[in-house]
Ligand binder design. Sequence first.
Ligand SMILES: *Cc1c(COP(=O)(O)O)cnc(C)c1O
Length: 436
Amino acid sequence: MIERSQQLHDRARRSMPGGVSSPVRAFDAVGGTPRHIVSARGAYLTDADGNRLLDFVGGWGAAILGHGHHAVALAVREQARIGTAYGVCTPREAELAERARERVPAVEMLRFVNSGTEAVMSGVRLARAATGRDVVIKFEGNYHGHADGLLGSAGSGPLTLGVSALHGVPESATRSTLVLPYNNADALAEAFERYGEQIAAVLVEPIAGNMGLVLPRAGFLESARALTRRHGALLVFDEVMTGFRVERGGAQVRRGVTPDLTTFGKVLGGGLPIGAYGGRRGLMEQIAPAGDVYQVGTASGNPLTMAAGIATHDRLDARAYERLERHAARAAEGLRRVFGESACVSHAGARLGVAVGVASVRDRAGARAADHALYARFFHEMLERGVHLPPSGYEAWFVSLAHERAEIDHLLSAAEESWSALSASRVWKEARGASC
Ligand SMILES: *Cc1c(COP(=O)(O)O)cnc(C)c1O
């Protein structure tokens, strides 16, 4: 039954473009009607028709403790009673900043903003100011928010919807962005060979999560580190998705490569809107009012967000990451058994990636080669079995601390049933020995 969701979606469409506040929520890529969620608890969403759905969207990663966690709810409620928007200094900003610093050694200082988009936009501004150069290198299929200069060949929504995402973006805004294939250290070295003097920064998702889940090949991040250092450019890790998720210190700690600047979002705010960028003291003190790189925000460091973020981080101890890792690894293992050689299943910390119909994915071309029509059918088979996956084969699946053994079992049995239902009408491209 999805009658109420259908009615709510029709209603939403009358007042909102496509009926959504963000295109990745629409079911355009998979067909059908988005479920309208009226409440959520732990690993489960409840839609307007009363269906209980096991959730792997997880607020696109923000809900790492699970939905409606009592400690976060309590912190937010208590803060709401004493004010939701001061617009002046409050002690919790430094408290959350300290938690981020403790976890990510390369971040000596950070500035809070309100979204990942803003974090990257501001981080790039700082990189340009600090180097006195303009060119930013980004990679195909990575997503860094929707700032004008960074939308070219972007992952996530633009990749899902197959749109160029550059309508309304002036040519002047993209002139200083150089887009290269992900995981290709040679292409990066060549770019530095040609434009080395002009390159302000290399911006990269250290473990890509917006074209499905694509791990960096051995040496890719290390090359980016060496090249930026040699040519006086900055290495910027976009850890909006990986930060505080793939492990306590994020992808940079996990992969042992230290960037100059890091951007955060999602988990950092415990489910409330947030972004942040940080790095060495000497760099960060170039930001106003300590320095002369301007960046500002009415709601930045909002007390509700700070309260939710602190409550979340205080529950993310070493044991929590060990559990996240264990459950995600078990899910990945089980999914590999279900799909056999017909899909590339990857995992990194509390994220999963499933690319059906391909043996391995290392870049955007590989992600595109997956069978997205088949993913759409799989998605709906899963939804019928009470499992809500991301409505796109280009998105990662998120595991939270509320996904325990029973939830992973549910995922795996639903996947097995769904996959065999589809196998009855086997139509997919043959994968050549899954190796990812
Ligand atoms: C989600 C995401 C962003 C954008 O964050 P918003 O809060 O949606 O603006 C940027 N970079 C990466 C890697 C992301 O996953």
